[in-house]
Design a protein around this ligand. Structure first.
Ligand SMILES: [Zn+2]
Length: 154
């Protein structure tokens, strides 16, 4: 990182702070003139395409996941911070897979896996929209399997 004052090439990092999951702010000090400056680093992520059920592709959009979660958590004791945390962890998991395409169904499973532990009502709401239960029986079966899982954990 070249010093903006004297153009010297070496600088010392005094402090690094994450701004969000993909950018870092660094406070630096030039090793020659000792002046301080700030740099921002952006992690370059591979653009991920989402494959929809009908085969169409669209670019990955974390706001869509967030919106789906907000709708499922409406009037429930789930904070926006918690929702953001879930979206971050899903995005991080996708980035770690190093893929450039992912099925919406896989993203849906990731959401449900996490939502299950956060709020059961939100989980059921999300699952019912997401899986588009065709009849009441599938819905009830799903519910029973959640409740059973919960019991087994105890
Ligand atoms: Zn300098």
């Amino acid at each position: 990182m070249i010093c903006p004052y004297c153009e010297y090439k070496e600088s010392k990092v005094l402090d690094s702070r994450h701004i969000d999951s993909s950018s870092i702010r660094r406070r630096r000090e030039c090793e020659r003139c000792k002046k301080r400056f700030t740099t921002y680093e952006k992690i370059e992520l591979i653009p991920v395409m989402v494959i929809k059920k009908d085969g169409r592709r669209e670019s990955f959009d974390r706001d869509k996941i967030k919106y789906g979660l907000i709708r499922s958590c409406e009037k429930l004791p789930v904070s926006v911070a918690k929702i953001d945390e879930l979206v971050d962890s899903i995005e991080a998991e996708i980035n770690k897979m190093f893929v450039n395409e992912i099925e919406t169904t896989k993203i849906g499973e990731m959401v449900m896996d996490r939502l299950k532990d956060v709020d059961e009502v939100a989980y059921v709401r999300f699952a019912s929209v997401y899986r588009q239960f065709k009849d009441l029986n599938t819905f009830v079966n799903e519910l029973e399997s959640i409740l059973k899982e919960k019991k087994d954990e105890k």
